[in-house]
Design a protein around this ligand. Structure first.
Ligand code: SF4
Length: 323
């Protein structure tokens, strides 16, 4: 690991000043420290944001503001989250391990990097690590990679469970730039597709600090997060689904569906939801939704199993939620 400067300010203006000076923010460090040890990332200056008062969950009208340094464990356990946003609580508990959830934060979870093994192996070419270097995954073994939103430059999966639930919920990310000016970015607009610059993963600008996440007023309906993985805990999703479904007089009145394990960003497809709404539930309808979801999937060698898996998971989830 290379030497770096470390600074732990007590207020936001000091953090912004450090950002203007080229510093990288750190909170729980559960991903960044690993990346620094491997020298995949080598920031010269780190600014710890744990003392900025961003560790609270507070109502904002009918919405809920979750501070950027609220830990994943605290967020999952909060009674308001468990009652009104159970899909989020379940997604958080399906991710990582108890120890990691105690340390990992809401903002850090959004910004965690892909687990593509070639990204972590500095002996192999990777466009995400070094733009223009090439992509070892495309000539190598593909399994924990994406089938939607990929490009010829990168097929890396987005790894977060939490972000999948937030996308289904229609959450917004609160951001302050390095001058302290605040804005809100819908999660739908937060993540970029890789295109020819997979190193640019979000729409954040240099020096931007995530200060929180805003959950919209509770959607009601039934909520579920289901995750298929190689082992029962402490594993990333092979495929996952965050689902919010409300039935009206025997038909699907509302369906918000987001998927993990298949996309280069948390995946949501409005055409799939539109196809379901207003219809009576049936396996034929769910099959149609699966086909719609997969219509633009690129099933490179080694990844065809995800097509089958995600369709089955979608059907099983919708069956359960529309009973
Ligand atoms: Fe790098 Fe993306 Fe290729 Fe993985 S898939 S090696 S992250 S460019």
């Amino acid at each position: 690991m290379r030497a770096f400067d470390f600074n732990r300010p007590d207020d936001l203006p000091s953090a912004h000043a450090a950002a203007r000076d080229g510093a990288t923010f750190i909170a729980g460090g559960t991903n960044l420290i690993d990346l620094m040890k491997l020298e995949v990332m080598a920031p010269d200056k780190l600014v710890d944001i744990s003392r900025l008062g961003l560790d609270r969950i507070t109502p904002r009208g009918e919405s809920l503001h979750v501070g950027a340094t609220v830990t994943n464990a605290d967020l999952a356990a909060d009674m308001r989250i468990r009652r009104d946003y159970p899909v989020l609580s379940r997604a958080l508990l399906a991710g990582a391990s108890g120890q990691l959830r105690n340390k990992a934060t809401t903002g850090g979870n959004l910004l965690q990097r892909t687990r593509c093994p070639y990204f972590y192996d500095t002996d192999t070419p990777c466009n995400k690590r070094s733009p223009g270097a090439g992509c070892a995954a495309l000539g190598g073994e593909l399994r924990d990679h994406a089938i939607l939103g990929t490009s010829e430059h990168c097929v890396a999966l987005h790894p977060s469970d939490m972000a999948v639930a937030l996308r289904a919920l229609g959450a917004t990310v609160e951001v302050e730039d390095s001058e302290g000016s605040r804005r809100e970015v819908a999660l739908d607009d937060f993540y970029r597709l890789p295109g020819d610059r997979p190193d640019r993963e979000t729409t954040l600008a240099r020096g931007d600090l995530i200060t929180g996440v805003i959950l919209p007023p509770p959607a009601g309906g039934r909520q579920s997060y289901r995750k298929v993985r190689d082992r029962a805990s402490y594993a990333f999703a092979l495929v996952s689904i965050a689902a919010i479904v409300r039935m009206e007089k025997g038909k699907i009145g509302q369906a918000a569906l987001a998927f993990g394990g298949i996309g280069t960003r948390p995946w949501r497809d409005p055409d799939v939801e539109a196809l379901l709404v207003g219809e009576a539930p049936s396996d034929a309808l769910f099959d149609k939704a699966g086909t719609e979801l997969m219509k633009n999937a690129v099933l490179r060698e080694g990844l065809a199993f995800k097509d089958v898996l995600v369709r089955r998971l979608l059907t099983a989830t919708l069956r359960e939620m529309t009973q």
